[in-house]
Design a protein around this ligand. Structure first.
Ligand code: E4P
Length: 233
């Protein structure tokens, strides 16, 4: 989500891949937010169950910590249920994005939400044809599950590449959100392909930062700094 820096320039720079945190754990979310690198948060029922508190309560608290889209997933599977639940979730905070599974009823709900101005994140996408339908329905985000495709011995990144190409061909406004990210290479490849967003577990966010040569190099610089005469420091 773009905002103006003190010089009045758009930050992050136009076109930068956004990073969302894939978590419902408030301590992780606070920690990641304090790094100043998080543009939003995604949750799912599994992540919420791990925390063991009601989704609505968690979403309210996330909204106090992160100023960006917060995906909250419906658990209804029928159209009417998704509409009812999605409206309740969207009413919690203007940053809420209603997460909808990629089913026929789900896409009907996405279309309705698009007409009502409610943003959606279509989840559990495993094929380019599913992504095409979600974009046509008016999804704000489509979430291809990269890691889960890798888990069954296929190339998750191929799906991401296909979706990005298809959306570019037709200039769909739907943003491609690389989900089910398991390691830093997934993030780098998603950026090379041109995903709009990558949503990362906290562990992957910290892994992105670290490099042993940075640590070794810093230790050497600090040791050498001790040998500099005080007046030159
Ligand atoms: C996020 O929106 C997805 O629900 C999440 O990235 C799924 O990740 P997993 O495959 O590691 O559960």
């Amino acid at each position: 989500m773009g905002r103006l820096d003190p010089r009045g320039e758009l930050w992050p720079p136009f076109g930068a891949m956004k990073l969302f945190l894939d978590s419902a754990d408030l301590s992780e979310i606070r920690e990641a937010a304090s790094m100043g690198l998080i543009d939003g948060v995604t949750t799912n029922p599994t992540l919420v169950a791990k925390v063991g508190r009601p989704l609505r309560e968690i979403v309210r608290e996330i909204a106090e910590v992160v100023d960006g889209p917060i995906s909250a997933e419906v658990i209804s599977t029928d159209y009417e249920g998704m509409i009812r639940e999605g409206r309740e979730l969207a009413a919690i905070h203007p940053n809420v994005v209603v997460k909808i599974p990629l089913t026929a009823d789900g896409l009907r709900a996405v279309k309705r939400f698009a007409q009502d101005g409610i943003r959606t994140n279509v989840t559990l996408c495993f094929s380019p044809s599913q992504a095409l339908l979600a974009a046509k329905a008016g999804a704000t985000y489509i979430s291809p599950f990269i890691g889960r495709i890798d888990d069954v011995s296929a190339e998750g990144m191929n799906l991401l590449r296909q979706i990005v190409r298809i959306f570019k061909n037709y200039q769909f406004n739907t943003q491609v959100l690389a989900a089910s990210i398991r390691h830093p290479l997934h993030v780098v490849e998603a950026a090379e392909i041109g995903a709009d967003v990558a949503t990362l577990p906290y562990k992957v966010l910290t892994q992105l930062l670290r490099h042993p040569l940075t640590e070794v190099g810093l230790a050497a610089f600090l040791a050498d700094a001790q040998r500099i005469p005080t007046s030159q420091k």
